[in-house]
Design a protein around this ligand. Structure first.
Ligand code: NAD
Ligand code: UFG
Length: 338
C-alpha cells in the first residue's frame, strides 16, 4: 500500500516524501510541475536511497488520476497540490478557485470511487484571518479571508468537513500550517520561488546570495515590541514530520481532525533578519517600507493539540531554520536550474 502525495515535487511535499521514505512508507508522487521541477525527485532519491514513483499528472485531470489509482494500491492521500501565491490570487481569482477547488473536487471524487477515504490536507493559518485569540488554538473561530488563496483553503476545509459528515468512513485531517521556512540539512532540496519572492525567508536568502539588493521590511509601526509583524516560523522538516504523525493519526480513524502545525513561538521580522545574520555570519541590508496590505500584526499558534493528540512537537529552532535556509540557497543560487 502506498501514500499518494499530490504536489510532492514542491517545497513542503518533497521534504515530506523524504521523511516518509526514511520511515519505510511507500509513496507515489503526482505533480504537474507548474511550480516545481522533476529534478527535485532525483535529489529526494539521493537523500533516501529509494526510488520515488512519479506520475506527471494534474489533479484536475480525472482520467490521469483514475490511471494513478488503478495502477497503484493507494490507501491514503497527502494533498499538497495547489497554487499558493497570495498576491497572484488577487489578480487571478478564477485560476486559483479552478485549480485549488476544482482540482480537489476531482481528487476527492476519484478517491471515493476507488474506496480511498483517508486524506491529509494542507491548510493554512490564513483561515484564522486577523486572529481573535493569541496564541491561536484550533477553537479560534475562522475569519473572513483577505484574498482568494485564503478562501480556497477555508472553502476546501468546509467542503472536506461536509464530505466527512455525510460519510463517516472518511478520515479528514486538516493541517493548518504556520510559516514554513528552512530546508533539508543536506542543502539539496529547499524552497525555490519563481521570480521575486513574496515570502520573507526566500527574500532574505536572495539578498544574501546577491540576487536582490535590499530587503524591504513591510511596516515598522505595528503594535508589537519592535513594530514589525510577528509570525510562527516552523522548520519545513518539522512540518514534514507533522505529516508523518498525521499519517499515524489516520490509523485511529479520527473522522474529522483539525490541527495547527507551528512552534508556538512568535518572532518579529527583525528577529528573523537578526537571527539569519547571526547564524550565518552575514549582513543583510534592509530598509523599512510601508505596510503590506492584508498583513495581520501578530499570528502564532498554540500547538498543544498536536502534541496531545499526535505526539508531535517541533525540534528545530530559529537559528537552525536560518542556517538551513542559507545552506540550501548558497549551494543552489538558482534553485533547481543549472
Ligand atoms: P509548492 O508550490 O512548492 O508546491 C505545490 C506543488 O503543487 C507544486 O509542485 C506544483 O507544481 C503542484 N501543483 C499545483 N497545482 C497542481 C495541479 N493542479 N496538479 C498537480 N500538481 C499541482 O508549495 P508548498 O509551499 O510546498 O505548499 C504546499 C501546500 O501547502 C500548498 O497547498 C500550499 O497552499 C500549502 N501551504 C503552504 C504554506 C507556505 O508558506 N509554503 C503555508 C500554508 C499552506
Ligand atoms: N515581509 C517583509 N518583507 C518581505 C516579505 C515579507 O517584511 O519581503 C514580512 C511580511 O510583511 C510579514 C512577514 O514578513 O510581516 C511574513 O511574511 P510572509 O510573506 O513570509 O508570510 P505570511 O505570514 O504573510 O504568509 C504565510 C504564507 C501564506 C499563509 C500564511 C499563513 O505565505 O501562504 O503564512 O499564516 F497563508
Amino acid at each position: 500500500m502506498a501514500i499518494l502525495v499530490t504536489g510532492g515535487a514542491g517545497y513542503i511535499g518533497s521534504h515530506t516524501v523524504v521523511e516518509l521514505q526514511n520511515r519505510g512508507y511507500d509513496v507515489v508522487v503526482i505533480d504537474n510541475l507548474q511550480n516545481s521541477s522533476e529534478k527535485v525527485l532525483g535529489r529526494v532519491e539521493a537523500i533516501t536511497g529509494k526510488k520515488v514513483p512519479f506520475c506527471l499528472t494534474d489533479i484536475r485531470d480525472r482520467i490521469g488520476l483514475e490511471e494513478v489509482f488503478s495502477k497503484y494500491e493507494i490507501d491514503s492521500v497527502i494533498h499538497f497540490a495547489g497554487l499558493k501565491a497570495v498576491g497572484e490570487s488577487v489578480a487571478k481569482p478564477w485560476e486559483y478557485y479552478e485549480n485549488n477547488i476544482g482540482g480537489t473536487l476531482v481528487l476527492l471524487d476519484v478517491m471515493r470511487r476507488h474506496g480511498v477515504k483517508d486524506i491529509i490536507f494542507s491548510s493554512s493559518a490564513t483561515v484564522y484571518g486577523d486572529p481573535l485569540e493569541i496564541p491561536i488554538t484550533e477553537n479560534c473561530p475562522k475569519q473572513p479571508c483577505t484574498n482568494p488563496y485564503g478562501w480556497t483553503k477555508s472553502m476546501l476545509e468546509q467542503i472536506m468537513t461536509d464530505i466527512q459528515a455525510a460519510d463517516p468512513e472518511w478520515n479528514v485531517v486538516l493541517l493548518r500550517y504556520f510559516n514554513p521556512i528552512g530546508a533539508h540539512e543536506s542543502g539539496t532540496i529547499g524552497e525555490n520561488p519563481n521570480g521575486i519572492p513574496n515570502n520573507l525567508m526566500p527574500y532574505i536568502t536572495q539578498v544574501a546570495v546577491g540576487k536582490r539588493e535590499i530587503l524591504n521590511i513591510f511596516g515598522n509601526d505595528y503594535d508589537t515590541p519592535d513594530g514589525t509583524c510577528i509570525r510562527d516560523y516552523i522548520h519545513v522538516v518539522d512540518l514534514a514530520l507533522g505529516h508523518v504523525a498525521a499519517i499515524k493519526k489516520l490509523q485511529e480513524n479520527p473522522g474529522l481532525f483539525v490541527c495547527n502545525l507551528g512552534t508556538g513561538i512568535g518572532y518579529s521580522v527583525l528577529d528573523v533578519v537578526n537571527a539569519f545574520m547571526e547564524a550565518n555570519n552575514l549582513t543583510i541590508p534592509y530598509r523599512f517600507a510601508p505596510r503590506r496590505p492584508g498583513d495581520v500584526p501578530v499570528n502564532y499558534s498554540d500547538p498543544s493539540k498536536a502534541l496531545r493528540e499526535m505526539g508531535w512537537k517541533t525540534q528545530f529552532d530559529l537559528r537552525k531554520m536560518c542556517a538551513d535556509s542559507w545552506n540550501w540557497q548558497k549551494n543552489n543560487p538558482n534553485g533547481y536550474e543549472d
